[in-house]
Design a protein around this ligand. Structure first.
Ligand SMILES: [Zn+2]
Length: 197
């Protein structure tokens, strides 16, 4: 279900919040209003400022994001998702559309933590549970990837992220939401996206 945490005591880091706030563009005033209400960031000279080393309650962040999302709609959420990978730094293993789509789940876990521990350990490659996943399944012999999102972020936003990551290495890649499957917008647990090229 969109905007509902899987577990308590999960935190999200400031760069993740910042990248979504940056994607809001014209709607920046909304982030100021709803993030400061949740005590995320400080208003300095009328600007919302997040300390880059800070971590925030994922539940509080999702409450703010839900309020913002209700005002901007799916088109803008999709655009924000598209903008997320623009300024991201990718690990060296990300070299093609497969590794790009796989890396979404890793980046997602690096940027969230539980009880002070990041949910992906770069050195050991161990991933910890608590926030759900961004899925990856390559259909054999086909230029097709199925990605199932089982996480609290909104449907249109995830479609944007997956689209941007797919196109980074495969121009013209198309990502569609599989409407024959369940959708988190209807209060369900997953959304399924089909990536083709
Ligand atoms: Zn959906």
């Amino acid at each position: 279900m969109q905007f509902r945490v899987f577990e308590k005591d999960i935190e999200v880091n400031a760069p993740t919040v910042n990248s979504i706030v940056a994607g809001l563009g014209y709607f920046t005033n909304l982030s100021k209003r709803y993030l400061s209400r949740e005590k995320i960031g400080k208003i300095v000279n009328k600007q919302l400022v997040l300390d880059s080393g800070e971590w925030y309650s994922q539940a509080a962040w999702l409450r703010a994001f839900e309020n913002i999302a209700q005002q901007i709609g799916d088109k803008v959420l999709f655009k924000i998702g598209l903008s997320i990978p623009e300024n991201a730094v990718f690990p060296p293993f990300v070299v093609d559309i497969d590794t790009a789509v796989q890396s979404i789940d890793i980046a997602y876990h690096i940027n969230h933590r539980k009880n002070g521990r990041e949910l992906f350990n770069m050195e050991t490659g161990v991933m910890y549970e608590g926030i759900g996943h961004y899925g990856y399944e390559r259909l054999p012999g086909q230029n097709k990837i199925i990605s199932v999102s089982r996480n609290p972020y909104p449907c249109a936003f995830d479609r944007g992220i997956i689209t941007a990551m797919a196109r980074k290495f495969q121009s013209g890649a198309a990502v569609v939401h599989d409407d024959s499957k369940e959708c988190r917008k209807d209060g369900r647990e997953t959304c399924t996206y089909i990536v083709t090229w």
